[in-house]
Design a protein around this ligand. Sequence first.
Ligand SMILES: NC(=O)c1ccc[n+]([C@@H]2O[C@H](COP(=O)([O-])OP(=O)(O)OC[C@H]3O[C@@H](n4cnc5c(N)ncnc54)[C@H](O)[C@@H]3O)[C@@H](O)[C@H]2O)c1
Length: 282
Amino acid sequence: MKKIVVIGAGGKMGCRVSKKLMDAKRYDAYFCEVNEASIERLKAIGINTISKMEEIVPQADYVLLSIPDILIGKLSKDIIPLMKPGAMVIGLDPAAAYAGVMPIRDDIGYFVVHPHHPYLFNTERDEDGNLDFFGGKATQDVSCALYHGDEHFYAEGEQIARVIFAPVGTAFRVTVKQMGFCEPGLVESISAPLVYALKQAYEAFVAKGVPADALYSFLMGHLRVQFAITFGLIDARYSDGAILALNEAMSRIFKDNWLETMVNEDFVTESIMKITDSINKK
Ligand SMILES: NC(=O)c1ccc[n+]([C@@H]2O[C@H](COP(=O)([O-])OP(=O)(O)OC[C@H]3O[C@@H](n4cnc5c(N)ncnc54)[C@H](O)[C@@H]3O)[C@@H](O)[C@H]2O)c1
């Protein structure tokens, strides 16, 4: 059985992937963690043995970095030299690879996987009847990239991705740069602010006296069908009145050059440099 070690196993993502690795029993899994509260979280999911990084990394076939992106540059300089030839390092976000903060060795592989979350329209529920927003119960897709190394690393990486983010629907193959365009490019720098603005507008209409529960229900139902129409999921069109209101509002809300400003490689790179704290180190 191949050995995999999770560094930062007790963090938000670390706990999720560590539990999946334990349950799947497909890999000989080891866990590294330095923080007391994180170690307690690991105990709560049945992981009681914490390995020493210096001892376990040289034996591992796979080293999964589940540490904050801002620490990857610094910590990978200690971790990567310890890895045995033929091993593979796995990141859970494109930022560190995109920013080039990890030391590169030609005798190991570098793979990146990022989970997509279950779809907006997914209605799978967990055993308590709750909708699953993070994956683990509901099916989610993932994006995968081979950042550096021989092609065989890709297949091994995808296999691991399918275990740690199970159940996985489609594993899309992209490049690290394309993954950076997905996040932060689209989902953090554009869709999150749009949703945030929607919440501000909702609150402003509530302040004008619209009952909050009625407005929330109004918005959620309309959002669902607006997504379906706009992305072509259904064969339907907006009413003439809705098209008029939409066209009128676009130019009021958005600056003329908003797309060029936001769908812009330099802007994505700048955000990633901030996320990985590498802006002054390039
Ligand atoms: N949180 C999410 O929803 C999410 C989603 C997708 C991808 N990711 C990616 O997952 C990675 C981890 O993010 P997170 O949000 O889980 O971070 P987190 O801050 O929740 O957890 C990081 C963990 O790393 C531990 N750690 C720090 N230094 C360590 C060291 N030297 N040795 C061992 N452990 C150490 C910390 O104690 C902490 O428990 C990042 O690359 C992030 O971009 C996170």
